[in-house]
Design a protein around this ligand. Structure first.
Ligand code: K1U
Ligand code: ZN
Length: 161
């Protein structure tokens, strides 16, 4: 395993739309292992592959609190297959936009289809921080940063990233 450099705005790679992967093999698992180590070291609760400069639709997450056992999660080719009409606002951080926390409104619950660490198809229903974090990471796969969402929701604020 190795630590990778997390790229930060205004690096144009953060606007790239990441490509689906053909399947999960040992090379992809090695990337996911590196990403998880990099995320823990940051520290953070999620990381998309593009944040380490790799334009693949791959995410790692661990939202376990301090003192709880680690709960690493891996999402390959994640897709939002359902999202609630009810929304929630969370003060989100971003490892690629350090030291900025913005209140972002998103669907409160969502259902995600994805491949897991072993390449098996899975469907997960999420609420709370899990739903917020997976939507934040899927935004990264689509080249969207929280500043873009914040600007959309508060059109008076002009943030250039
Ligand atoms: O994708 C990223 O930039 C990582 C980001 C994920 C995220 C945080 C909050 C809401 C939505 C998505 C982070 O991990 S920022 C750091 C952070 O939230 C944190 C760091 C240490 C302990 C607890 C939280
Ligand atoms: Zn982020």
């Amino acid at each position: 395993m190795a630590l990778r450099e997390i790229i930060t705005a205004p690096d144009s790679r953060l606007k790239v739309i990441s490509k689906p992967v053909a399947g999960v093999d040992d090379a992809l698992r090695a990337l996911m292992d590196d990403m998880l180590e990099t995320m823990y070291a940051a520290p953070g609760i999620g990381l998309a592959a593009i944040q380490v400069g790799v334009p693949k639709r791959v995410i790692v997450m661990d939202i376990a609190r301090e003192g709880e056992p680690p709960t690493p999660r891996y999402f390959v080719n994640p897709e939002i297959v359902w999202a609630s009409d009810e929304t929630a606002v969370y003060e989100e951080g971003c490892l690629s936009v350090p030291e900025i926390y913005d209140g972002v409104e998103r669907p409160a619950r969502c259902r995600i289809a994805y491949l897991d660490y072993d390449g098996k198809k899975q469907v997960m229903e999420a609420g709370g921080l899990l739903a917020t974090c997976i939507q934040h990471e899927i935004d990264h796969l689509n080249g969207i940063l929280i500043a873009h969402r914040y600007q959309k929701q508060h059109t008076k604020n002009k943030i250039v990233i």
